[in-house]
Ligand binder design. Structure first.
Ligand code: ZN
Length: 492
């Protein structure tokens, strides 16, 4: 068994060794310039800088050439020229993934999809839209809304995340409970393959049983099998009624009981169900301007949202009856129901402000894990006991998407401990938490992917047969490992 990853952030000078591809030939930039528009090839340090930053500063990108193609043909041309030279390409979307999935090495070319940012078609009657990979997620949501439709993928970074990256990492977010991951929201894809050929799977079909569902290979492949250039996305009816409540709970088992009651009563109208630990709420009120809606503090909280396409307010009595039952069953200790959209947004900020509050509260060691929903109470109890035994005083800042089993199990540094001393325990804490996750049949990456950050952990926890199959797929589609080498599999 290999050991878990050491985040490079602890050693800012440690360059990621990520590729076994050839070095960049001196004439590669000239060859790319001859074949692509001038604005598509950046080599000046000042122009490349923004593409080399990694948000958590765990890694530093080093690509000497950054490509910004504006069309699928230009992506294909760039891939073909680099493939001929044996040079590896690192595809990049909005660079918001947080696992080092778009970090480049000095002998690699970075290819940004950001200029491919056109929404090509919205087809409200087919409930689909066709978009280029570089479209910002929030712009896609807005275009759907303007057409009287909903594109439900929703996550913290949606103002800068690009759909191509969302698909390549199979992003999750807050609405997975009702609408599924990015994977479930995709009908068709266009992909540039490792040899520069273009696979046109851009079909807008809700039913298509003509062989292997190849799109699913590329979704979640983190750019290791091909570069997604366009997609057909699923749209849904608009949500015209939205009811939100923030509930105080004794423990995660009560959260699970509340979720079950809500789904029994409201069915598909339960669009989000988030859990927030007492510590997480405390730091949001202290560092991120959140206002505690309760008279007193409680150990746990849940944010529940019901939404539907009916008359505004229609779901209010449904939410009230869910909470009434929960009070009667002593599952909920207190609850605040939003009586306006502004109030609903205020309650949502108690959940959405947690990552920002955690940054201000000092160092944090992060986990993005999932277990079967019914095992969340067992996971939280076992993990809490284990991390506290290993590091007395550590603060468990657990929160996330209880409705789909995905917990952001973050740890904040104990009072009085140096940040660097705390962060030096990253690997150890990851091992403790991920061992429990694995024991409960869970996943060490629920919605952010593997990238560089979890590559070694993937090798440790993934079933060897499954890893073998993944490697065979990779060997078929990218035999020379020229697409995003080192990501997901580590160095091979
Ligand atoms: Zn999340």
């Amino acid at each position: 068994m290999s050991s878990p990853p050491v985040p490079l952030g602890l050693d800012p000078d440690a360059a990621p060794a990520v590729s076994r591809a050839r070095a960049i030939p001196t004439d590669l930039a000239a060859r790319l310039r001859a074949a692509l528009p001038e604005e598509a090839v950046l080599t000046e340090e000042g122009d490349r800088g923004a593409y080399l930053i990694e948000e958590r500063s765990l890694y530093r990108g080093e690509a000497p050439i950054v490509l910004r193609p504006g069309t699928t043909e230009e992506v294909a041309t760039a891939v073909r020229i680099c493939a001929e030279a044996g040079v590896a390409i690192v595809p990049q979307g909005g660079n918001t993934g947080l696992v080092g999935g778009t970090v480049s090495a000095a002998h690699e070319v970075l290819l940004s999809l950001g200029r491919m940012n056109r929404i090509e078609e919205v087809d409200p009657l087919n409930f689909t839209m066709t978009v280029q990979a570089g479209c910002i997620l929030a712009n896609i949501q807005a275009a759907a809304e303007a057409a009287g439709r909903l594109f439900p993928l929703s996550l913290g970074a949606q103002g800068s995340a690009q759909i191509g990256g969302n698909l390549a990492s199979n992003a999750g977010g807050i609405n997975v409970l009702r609408y599924g991951n990015a994977r479930e929201l995709t009908l068709g894809l266009e992909v540039v393959l490792a040899d520069g050929r273009v696979w046109n799977g851009l079909r807008a079909l809700h039913k298509d049983n003509t062989g292997y569902a190849l799109k699913h290979l590329f979704i979640g492949s983190e750019g290791t099998l091909g570069i997604i250039t366009r997609a057909v996305l699923k749209l849904f009816p608009p949500l015209t009624d939205r009811q939100v409540a923030f509930c105080a709970l004794r423990d995660p088992a009560d959260a699970l009981a509340l979720l079950s009651m809500a789904r029994d009563r409201a069915g598909e109208a339960v669009t989000a169900f988030e859990i927030v630990s007492g510590f997480a709420l405390e730091i949001v009120t202290r560092h991120a301007g959140g206002q505690d809606p309760m008279a007193e503090r409680h150990p746990w909280y849940a944010l529940i949202e019901l939404a539907g396409s009916g008359e505004s307010g229609a779901l209010r009595p449904v939410l009230e009856s869910v909470l009434e039952r929960a009070f009667e069953a002593e599952v909920v200790a207190d609850a605040a129901i939003a009586d306006s959209l502004e109030r609903a947004a205020t309650l949502w900020r108690l959940r959405e402000g947690i990552p920002e509050a955690q940054k201000r509260a000092g160092g944090s060691i992060k986990h993005d894990v999932s277990v079967p929903v019914s095992r969340i109470p067992a996971f939280l109890e076992r993990a809490g006991t284990a991390v506290t035994a290993a590091l007395p005083g550590v603060h468990v800042c657990a929160f996330g998407h209880l409705g789909d089993g995905n917990i952001h199990y973050n740890l904040s540094q104990p009072e009085g401990m140096e940040k660097a001393v705390f962060l030096a325990r990253w690997e150890e804490m990851n091992g403790i938490v991920h061992d429990i996750v694995a024991d409960l049949g869970g996943s060490i990456s629920a919605e952010h992917g593997i990238g560089l950050l979890k590559a070694r952990e993937l090798l440790r926890y993934k079933d060897p047969v499954e890893l073998d199959l993944m490697r065979r797929v990779r060997a078929t589609l990218d035999p020379r490992h020229l697409l995003n080498p080192g990501k997901m599999f580590g160095l091979v």
